[in-house]
Design a protein around this ligand. Structure first.
Ligand SMILES: Cc1cc2nc3c(=O)[nH]c(=O)nc-3n(C[C@H](O)[C@H](O)[C@H](O)COP(=O)(O)O)c2cc1C
Length: 178
């Protein structure tokens, strides 16, 4: 059975035949600008929920966990997401306020990694996010919290069908890193 499954996995579709080329030398130097460009291109490529990402957090005992979330904004406070403070991730962020985001757009063979410390945004901003969510019903939720990742590192990754994958790593100010 496990051998059959192993072989089955080998047959699954890989990247699409046509992938964009990415040349870091001519890319936007500002990581937020580059991200917004890639997000637009993911939307144009037909990606459903291109603003969805995986958020990894870690427990006090160093057990990592990850789950999908929706990006709510990017501004001077950082990269916003919202969740309940009482959730597993909320509790983990109370103890270890660090996280890693991972966006993946399969149709373009692209991944963006963003990581750094996490801060809590204001009660007002959190309440507004709760009120503006899809299917809002006029209720309030005192546990709903808007957070922001304040990136210390970025990585823009472009897959290639010839194996020449491109990794473009940037520091917090957009300066290229090894
Ligand atoms: C595409 C997608 C987007 C999601 N967006 C959110 C979100 O913005 N906020 C949220 O709290 N949960 C969201 N969820 C649910 C989370 O993945 C997760 O199940 C929930 O937040 C509990 O996670 P935790 O127990 O690790 O804290 C989303 C799930 C999916 C699949």
């Amino acid at each position: 059975m496990s051998e059959t499954f192993r072989k089955f996995l080998r047959t699954l579709p890989d990247f699409p035949a046509d992938l964009p080329r990415f040349d870091p030398a001519t890319a936007a130097r500002n990581p937020v600008e580059l991200f917004k460009q890639w997000l637009d291109e993911a939307l144009d490529a037909g990606e459903q929920q291109p603003h969805a990402f995986s958020l990894a957090t870690v427990s006090a005992g160093q057990q990592p966990s990850s789950r999908m979330l929706i990006l709510k904004n990017i501004d001077g406070d950082g990269w916003h997401f919202a969740t309940s403070r009482t959730s597993r991730k909320g509790q983990e962020l109370d103890i270890v306020p660090q996280a890693a985001m991972n966006f993946y757009w399969a149709s373009l063979g692209r991944q963006v990694r963003v990581a750094g410390p996490v801060v809590q945004l204001s009660a007002e901003a959190s309440a507004r996010d709760w009120a503006e969510r899809p299917r809002a019903d006029g209720s309030t939720n005192p546990n709903w919290q808007l957070y922001a990742v304040q990136p210390t590192e970025f990585e823009f990754w472009q897959g290639s069908n010839d194996g020449g994958h491109v990794r473009h790593r940037l520091g917090p100010d957009g300066a290229p890193e090894g």
